[in-house]
Design a protein around this ligand. Structure first.
Ligand SMILES: Nc1ncnc2c1ncn2[C@@H]1O[C@H](COP(=O)(O)OP(=O)(O)OP(=O)(O)O)[C@@H](O)[C@H]1O
Ligand SMILES: [Mg+2]
Length: 243
C-alpha cells in the first residue's frame, strides 16, 4: 500500500505549467528523495502534493484511496503534512503553543495529544527545554526541529520536507537526518527535497530526479547517486552542491 501516490500530476502558476505528468509514490517506512537543479520544480511539486497549489491534471491517492478534492484542508485531513522551505513558524508563539496548534481542528483527544507530544520531544529533546521560548528567538536548527515537530503533531501518514538542511550547521543537519532515519524505522512515510544531493541519496530508499518539471530518472537512491542522468539533470545549473 502506498501512503501517498501522485498519478500524472500537472501543476503550475496560472497558465504557466511547471510540474508535468509526475507519477510517484511513497510507502510507510520509506524515504523518497526528490532531487533536481534549481528551478526544476521540486517546491512546486511538494506544494501541489500538499494541496497548496491546485492540480491542473492527474490525481492523488492517500492510503490507496483517491482524493476527489485536493485543497489544503483535504490533504491535511487525509494525513499529508509539509514542512515548507524556510520553516514558516508563527512569530510570537512559543514552542509549546506551536505544538498545541491544530489540536482543536483535528479534535485530538487529550491522551492522544500527550502521546504525540511525548513522541516529538523524545525525537527533539531541545523542544522540551525550550518550550516557553518564542519561535523567533530559536536558533535555525531549533526552528527546523520545531517545524518538523509541528508537522508530526498531526500524526501524518506522509511527512514532506522541503530543503530541511538550508542554513543549518553540519552537525544539526546530521541530527535532523538521524531523526528522519528514526521516523522511517517507526514506519513513517517521508518525501524529502534536498539540495545536498549525495547526502540525501545516502539516507533515502528511493529517489526521483526532476528536470524541467518532469521525472527523468528514478530508482534505488544509492544507485542513482552514480547515475549519469542525475549529473545530466544538474548540468548548466549554477550553485549546485552535488556533494
Ligand atoms: N509563485 C510562483 N509564480 C510563478 N512562477 C513560479 C512561482 N514559484 C516558482 N515559479 C517558477 O516555477 C519553476 C520551478 O520553481 P520551484 O521553486 O518549484 O523549483 P525548485 O526545484 O524548488 O527550485 P530550488 O532548487 O531553487 O528550490 C521556476 O521556473 C520558478 O521560476
Ligand atoms: Mg525549491
Amino acid at each position: 500500500m502506498s501512503a501517498l501516490r501522485a498519478v500524472g500530476v500537472h501543476a503550475g502558476y496560472g497558465p504557466v505549467p511547471v510540474v508535468r505528468a509526475v507519477d510517484l509514490h511513497v510507502s510507510a517506512g520509506e524515504i523518497l528523495a526528490v532531487v533536481g537543479a534549481n528551478g526544476a520544480g521540486k517546491t512546486t511539486l511538494l506544494t501541489a502534493l500538499a494541496g497548496l497549489l491546485p492540480l491542473s491534471g492527474g490525481h492523488l491517492e492517500v492510503a490507496d484511496a483517491r482524493l476527489t478534492r485536493t485543497g489544503p484542508e483535504q490533504l491535511t485531513d487525509a494525513g499529508v503534512a509539509l514542512v515548507p522551505e524556510g520553516r514558516r513558524l508563527f512569530q510570537g508563539l512559543t514552542v509549546e503553543e506551536h505544538l498545541t496548534l491544530g489540536r482543536w481542528r483535528q479534535r485530538v483527544p487529550r491522551a492522544e495529544f500527550a502521546e504525540r507530544r511525548r513522541h516529538v520531544v523524545e525525537l527533539f529533546p531541545i523542544l522540551e527545554i525550550r518550550k516557553d521560548a518564542s519561535a523567533e528567538v530559536l536558533s535555525g536548527g531549533e526552528q527546523q526541529m520545531l517545524a518538523i515537530g509541528l508537522a508530526l503533531m498531526r500524526a501524518p501518514k506522509v511527512l514532506m520536507l522541503d530543503e530541511p538542511s538550508i542554513g543549518l550547521a553540519p552537525v544539526i543537519i546530521d541530527l535532523v537526518f538521524a531523526v528522519l532515519d528514526t521516523l522511517r524505522a517507526q514506519g513513517q512515510a517521508i518525501i524529502i527535497v534536498e539540495q545536498r544531493v549525495q547526502k540525501v541519496l545516502q539516507l533515502a530508499d528511493r529517489a526521483v530526479v526532476i528536470q524541467h518539471g518532469t521525472i527523468v530518472a528514478e530508482g534505488p537512491a544509492r544507485e542513482l547517486a552514480t547515475d549519469p542522468r542525475l549529473h545530466a539533470a544538474y548540468l548548466g545549473a549554477s550553485s549546485i552542491d552535488l556533494d
